[in-house]
Structure formats: C-alpha cells, structure tokens
Design a protein around this ligand. Structure first.
Ligand code: EPU
Length: 436
C-alpha cells in the first residue's frame, strides 16, 4: 500500500459518477460493514504495540483505511488487507508523515498522540478530511501539552516533542466532548506514567471500541462510554486480534434509504442500540421498526410521514453525520421540519444540491428548515463529503427520473459497498466512469 496506489484509486473515483433512477420502493435484506470511524482510531492504536502483531477483523474496504495503511507504511510498519482482515506488522521507526497522506483524512491527527508516546516525537501535517466547516485541532494540541508534549506549528505541520518519555498522566477537562481529542488522549496516555482523567469525554461507541482494543493490548482504561475516562499508564502494550464494531452510520444511511423510498427491509449485522435515537426518530415520523437478536433491524413504511424537529449533537443524540441524510428524508414528510447541527454548525453543503432536486429548504446559521411533501425530480448534483454524497443518493432514490451524483471519491472514503447494498435492495443504481 504505497502513496501511488492510494492516489491512483482516488483519481479513478474522481472521474466516476453515480447514476440512479428514483421512485422504486426499496425492499429486501442487507448488511452493514465495519465502522470507518472506529477503524481509523484502532489503526494508530496498533503503533503502540512493542510486541506481536495486530489483526483488525471486520475492517471496511474504504479509501480512508487505505490512506491510514499508507501512513503506517511511511512510518516503517507493514500492512496487509485480506478481504476484511487488516493485519499490521513491525514497529514504527519514523515519526514523520507526508503532507500528501496526512492532508487526505482527519484521523491522521491521531498519530500525534500515538507517535509521541512511543517515539517521543512526531511531525504531522495539518489533517484534512471532510470539508464540513471549520475543524480546528486546538484541543488536540492543548491535551497533548497537558501530557508533557511541546507542540509547535510551522510550514503547515505540527511538530510534537515529548519533554520526556514516558509522558506524564494529567487531568484533562474538554470544553467540548470531541471524539478525536478523546481518542488522541487515550492513545497517548495508555503508555504515560501515572493516571490520566478525561472529563467531558466523548461517549461515542467508537471510543468504547478503542478502549476495548487498548485494554486487550494491556492498557488500563475504565469509564469509556461515560463522560469520565480514567487511564492508568502501563509500560508496554502488545498486538492483538480485534473485531471492528459495525458502522452505525452505514446502518443509519441504509435505514433512511429504505425509509425515503417508502420501502421495507431488513438490516443485519448492526448494533441497533447504537442507533437508538435515530430509530426513535424514525418511529416518531411513522415508520414501524422492530429489533431482533440485538443485531437485526426491520423497517416498514407508513402512508403518511410526520414532520420533525431535531438537533444533531454528541452521542447518544442524533449524529451530525446523519444530519444531512435526515434532511433528505424531511423533504418527504407532511409539513415543516427543522434540522439543527451543533457539532458541525457549517455542515450544510447538501442544501443547495437538494434544492436542485426540487427540495424546498431554507438554511440560516446552523439550521435547515424543510417544507415537506415536495415532489423531487432527478438532476445532476455534486456531493462534497461522504455524507453529502449519501444524502444526494437517498434524495435521488426518492426523486422521479434520473439523478447523477458526482463526488464519488468521497463515497468510497466511507463506504466500500454501499452501491452494491442498494442494488441488493432493488435500487436502480450504478457507478460509471464519466457521466453526462
Ligand atoms: N473541535 C475543536 N477543536 C479540536 C477538535 C474538535 O474545536 O481540537 C470541534 C470541531 O470543530 C467540531 C467539534 O469539536 O465542531 C466536534 O469534533 P470532533 O473532534 O468530535 O470530531 P472529529 O473527531 O474530528 C469525528 C468523526 C466525524 C464526526 C465527528 C463528530 C472520525 C474520523 N471522524 O471527527 O466523522 O462528524 O467525530 O461526531 O472519527 C464522518 O464520518 O462523516 C465524519 C465527519
């Protein structure tokens, strides 16, 4: 997995478009892949092992994982992906990440914690990732400073140097329960001396997944999933086999795809509990949802959809990552819905594209107001991040006629098989090179 193959794949996706014909109620059974956001935190965790190798099962086949593999290889590790098994060997030798890879994804910032706690220093260019508004890294840097890391920025990169190794445990109170900052602290503090407490920590399932894997590696982390996480540093960690949790955002996307077409279907291999707030919203809109064996969700559509008012917020609230997709569903509800995002208040690039499909939306500040029951009709639209592409796919599935969605490279950053899953649900959709 070298830089060239990562970039080549990206170029191929950039010249593709998704073509779909809407108006067909989706039906059938589909499954959910491993979580992107979990895998992106578990991969840097593998750098902390000083013995053995790490196998991540249920790893999604997505380009963000390819970028992370590219980064590990730049740092001196070896990686191998066989279907959904990602194996990571050897140790990090260098603490320097290239701009080409770091700037492609937000999760590259997690190497600041992982590398300084193992090597004592790191040079990580400012991270990239979805263009969903301002995404500072100030809390990452402040938290690392609290653990005894001097961070300076120059030439578009962060240079992090440990005052001494091991790092020193600290009490850190976050002013916002940031997912990435909580993960960075967990990575760095696992090998620090003494105890670290994170107050107002993020509680997302991906945080719990990271804690479970680090604990299997020999770390001492308690409280993950609550607002206070305690980490008692250990001297060394070892490689493990770990299964990545199912992607709650892919499960949510498939639920909305079925819902928006007034279809009925079954989604297997998910953890419905992780989507309990979304499921409750869909039930309030009018959908009949049943859960089986804690891993299967069935959804059936009503004749009339109620409007709703939601605020996307940290877990267990409605995820910001579902906010644009839920907006597409609001176009089909009878009456006015409002959708507010307090996590990423500038994440509204989907609004203008939804208008091209006929949606009646106004957007002020961090809120969209949707007048529902508009007939959508197919158009040429462009997604600029993972969730805006899936939003436009969902809206296109509800629209009459043909929709063409560009921005395919963003889709493959987060979903390896979404098009096939939609085909399995009888959607008329394909990904083609070129387009009109
Ligand atoms: N923030 C700061 N300073 C920081 C870090 C974050 O002000 O140093 C702010 C952000 O600007 C944002 C808020 O805190 O307004 C929350 O950001 P957070 O740090 O929680 O987000 P993240 O860790 O960068 C992860 C996911 C995102 C998801 C957010 C929120 C990964 C790789 N990414 O990002 O996923 O939107 O948490 O849940 O885990 C996606 O999958 O489409 C996606 C963008």
């Amino acid at each position: 997995m070298n830089l060239e193959s990562v970039l080549n794949e990206d170029i191929q996706h950039k010249s593709a478009v998704i073509q779909l014909s809407g108006g067909v109620p989706l039906r059938g059974i589909t499954t959910v892949d491993g979580s992107k956001n979990s895998a992106l935190a578990l991969i840097p965790a593998a750098c902390l092992a000083s013995e053995g190798w790490t196998k991540l099962e249920n790893t999604p086949n997505i380009s963000d994982v390819m970028v992370m593999r590219g980064i590990l290889e730049e740092l001196g590790m070896s990686t191998q992906q066989n279907k959904t098994d990602l194996t990571l060997f050897n140790r990090v030798k260098s603490g320097e990440i290239s701009k080409e890879l770091a700037t492609q994804i937000r999760a590259s910032v997690l190497f600041l914690g992982a590398l300084t706690t193992t090597l004592g220093e790191a040079c990580v260019p400012f991270p990239g990732g979805d263009r969903i508004g301002d995404r500072p890294i100030d809390m990452h840097l402040e938290s690392l400073e609290a653990l005894g890391v001097k961070c300076t920025t120059s030439g578009g990169a962060v240079y992090a140097k440990a005052n001494k190794l091991p790092l020193e445990g600290a009490n850190i109170s976050l002013r916002f329960p940031s997912v990435g900052v909580t993960e960075n602290i967990m990575l760095a503090a696992s090998l620090a001396k003494g105890e670290t407490r994170i107050e107002n920590a993020a509680t997302e399932p991906e945080i719990v997944d990271l804690a479970v894997m680090l604990n299997k590696m020999g770390a001492k982390i308690s409280g993950a999933g609550s607002n206070t996480i305690k980490i008692t540093g250990v001297e060394k960690l070892h490689g493990v086999t770990h299964e990545v949790i199912p992607d709650r955002l892919e499960a949510g996307t498939l639920l909305v795809a079925i819902a928006i077409t007034r279809g009925h279907g079954i989604i297997k291999d998910s953890i419905p509990y992780h989507n309990r707030t979304l499921i409750s919203l869909l039930q309030n809109i009018g959908y009949k949802i049943k859960i089986y064996k804690n891993s299967i969700i069935s959804i059936d559509s009503p004749a009339k959809l109620n409007p709703f008012h939601i605020i996307a917020m940290p877990y267990p609230g409605i995820p910001t990552d579902m906010q644009p997709i839920i907006t597409s569903l609001a176009t089909q509800c009878s009456g006015i819905s409002t959708i507010t995002d307090i996590v990423h208040p500038e994440r509204f690039s989907h609004v203008n594209e939804l208008r091209k499909l006929g949606a009646n939306i106004t957007h002020v500040g961090n809120q969209s107001r949707v007048v529902g029951e508009e007939k959508l009709s197919g158009s040429i639209v462009c997604g600029t991040d993972i969730r805006s592409v899936t939003t436009l796919i969902c809206a296109g599935l509800a629209a009459e006629g043909t929709t063409e969605v560009s921005g395919v490279e963003h889709l493959y950053r987060g979903h390896g098989n979404l098009i096939q899953k939609l085909i399995d649900l009888h959607a008329e959709i394909k990904c083609i090179q070129g387009g009109s």
